[in-house]
Design a protein around this ligand. Structure first.
Ligand code: PHE
Length: 342
């Protein structure tokens, strides 16, 4: 009996060492450990042994079963590991291999416009600065000459985090922050997300982007503002564009103006153009000479220094420039807007 068991053990071991797939292992498991396997048969045959031999033989059989089971487990671990290594080796991806037909995305229209403007103004000596989107009422309104309950606040109704903390309604708070932290000459641009409590429609969004410019030095005049904005206009809508200044009001600039440019779609043809509604002009920005009161509030001597500021919405520029009829398209993430090209 003992020899028989030993022979069985040897046989199982050598079969196991040759099994190199999980299926082969499973087949061996059935063969050696299954109900009809040799060990089960031996166990069943115990009854024919004498009562003296029986306990001993039972022990041998069970010991052999235990041994085969643990060898199975060990072999199974090895086989799984080998299978995983083989899979890893065969599925290696050569990330450096070039392909011909990949799809290129493109920059979002807002990014295209922004990059262009940053390029233009940096070329004119402006420095890019950033400011927070969650802003103190102080910078968003008060230092910009809009004390609490000032009626001009209505036009920029925004979201309040707390009584004195808002989501900034324009990029102009960066002006105040910069004037407070630097000495003139100051020549900065700043851009980013702004917020207003507007309903979503084709021309409004509670989240939008602006770019702001501020220039403060001795003897800065309205003519400097006009020259700067004309350079800007030609850069974005081409050399033939006309620039029109319309008197306007902002609490933080005096005098203030809104600037219109020749419609980029119909070039001022006064027809049934959808972009300019047949007027031949599109409105692009607000600007003005920095209100001396704002200079003083921000610690700059208005007797010595003067400056101009301007601010514009990037959505509007992108819509005019690319003929996008609905502002929502700029926020929906539809890949077709980005014109994925091959
Ligand atoms: N902050 C103004 C707005 O959001 C735009 C502006 C900026 C006007 C700077 C004048 C000077 O409407």
């Amino acid at each position: 009996m003992r020899d028989k068991i030993q022979a069985l053990l040897d046989e199982a071991r050598s079969a196991l060492s040759e099994a190199d797939t999980l299926q082969a292992l499973e087949a061996l498991r059935v063969q050696y450990l299954g109900k009809k396997g040799p060990l089960s048969l031996l166990l069943r045959g115990l009854g024919q042994l004498s009562a003296v031999d029986r306990p001993e033989a039972g022990k041998w059989i069970n010991a052999a079963r235990g041994e085969i089971e643990s060898e199975f487990a060990a072999r199974e671990t090895d086989v799984k590991k080998a299978a995983r290594l083989a899979a890893l080796a065969s599925e290696t991806i050569d990330v450096t291999e070039p392909r011909e037909d990949y799809q290129l995305g493109s920059l979002h229209p807002i990014s295209i416009i922004l990059d262009e403007l940053v390029d233009l103004f940096v070329g004119m000596g402006y420095e890019v600065v950033e400011g927070p989107e969650v802003e103190y009422d102080l910078y968003n309104f008060e230092l910009l000459n809009q004390p609490k309950h000032h009626p001009a606040r209505d036009a920029q109704d925004t979201f309040y985090i707390e009584d004195n903390i808002v989501l900034r309604s324009h990029t102009s708070p960066v002006q105040a922050r910069t004037m407070l932290s630097r000495k003139p000459p100051i020549r900065i641009i700043s851009s980013g997300r702004c917020y207003r409590a507007d309903e979503v429609d084709a021309t409004h969004s509670p989240v939008f982007h602006q770019i702001e410019g501020l220039y403060i030095d001795k003897d800065v005049r309205m003519s400097d503002l006009k020259g700067t904005l004309e350079a800007f206009a030609k850069r974005i809508y081409g050399p033939d564009v006309s620039v029109r200044f319309r008197p306007s009001f902002f609490p933080f600039t005096e005098p203030s103006a809104e600037v219109d440019l020749t419609c980029p779609a119909c070039k001022g043809a006064l027809g049934g153009c959808r972009v300019c509604k047949g007027t031949g002009w599109v409105e692009v920005l607000g600007c003005g000479m920095v209100n001396p009161k704002v200079l003083e509030l921000c610690g700059i001597d208005s007797g010595v220094y003067s400056g101009f500021a301007f601010g514009m919405g990037l959505e509007r520029l992108a819509m005019q420039r690319f003929g996008i009829p609905d502002m929502r398209w700029l926020f929906e993430g539809d890949a077709r807007l980005m014109g994925g090209r091959r």
